[in-house]
Design a protein around this ligand. Structure first.
Ligand SMILES: CC(C)(COP(=O)(O)OP(=O)(O)OC[C@H]1O[C@@H](n2cnc3c(N)ncnc32)[C@H](O)[C@@H]1OP(=O)(O)O)[C@@H](O)C(=O)NCCC(=O)NCCS
Length: 176
């Protein structure tokens, strides 16, 4: 089945929320959010977020099967960077190139806007980390016991950063 990707807008709010809820339900150990966190948002709030942020969706036969969002940090001292969030591809489309379609659009958009993209990923999520590394992200530390699951398990979260290839940085800008 052929895949297509496009930027989401407010009209996608219901499908976007449904896919997020699916991801948080099925991937409890991969996300820091729980379904009840997302379920509390009204569709108008989600629509406003889609209108504001850069959120990509990938579709198979008209059905949304993957999403990823990018939000630029607000504030004079941090607006050179953006946060990548909510990367999710339905299990049957993993390894299909759908995630690459999302990331390609995110990186292209970010490269014209900011100098670095940051994200956090559960430290045991080897597949996602490998995927991000392939796209030029590197780990710059792990926050231990960052997430606590309902069963009492604690998970660490890794901070990953990708530096815009064309960006120029002074000597003081080494990523520490
Ligand atoms: C993260 C996600 C979007 C990546 O999409 P994907 O289609 O699975 O990614 P790809 O198949 O293109 O790439 C995965 C890479 O990990 C590798 N991989 C697969 N399983 C692995 C494992 N257990 N350990 C290490 N690497 C693994 C693959 O070989 C591939 O690497 P390669 O391209 O060098 O061969 C998708 O897996 C997903 O939605 N996961 C559940 C939600 C999630 O974890 N989101 C991230 C939250 S930060």
């Amino acid at each position: 089945m052929s895949l297509s990707a496009r930027r989401l807008d407010a009209t996608d709010a219901a499908a976007f929320q449904a896919l997020r809820l699916e991801g948080f339900r099925l991937q409890e150990r991969e996300f820091r959010f729980a379904p009840e966190d997302e379920a509390g948002f009204a569709l108008t709030d989600i629509g406003a977020r889609l209108a504001r942020d850069f959120v990509m969706g990938v579709f198979a036969g008209g059905r949304m099967i993957g999403v990823a969002g990018l939000t630029r940090f607000a504030g004079v001292k941090v607006r050179h960077k953006a946060l990548l969030w909510g990367m999710y591809v339905r299990v049957e489309f993993r390894g299909s190139g759908a995630a690459d379609m999302l990331m390609s659009a995110i990186v292209e958009h970010a490269d014209g806007l900011v100098e670095t993209i940051t994200l956090t990923v559960i430290a045991e999520n080897r597949r996602a980390i490998r995927f991000y590394e392939r796209w030029g992200f590197a780990i710059h530390g792990v926050e231990p016991v960052s997430v606590k699951l309902p069963n009492g398990d604690y998970l660490g979260e890794a901070l990953m950063i990708r530096r815009h290839e064309g960006a120029t940085f002074g000597a003081s800008a080494a990523v520490r």
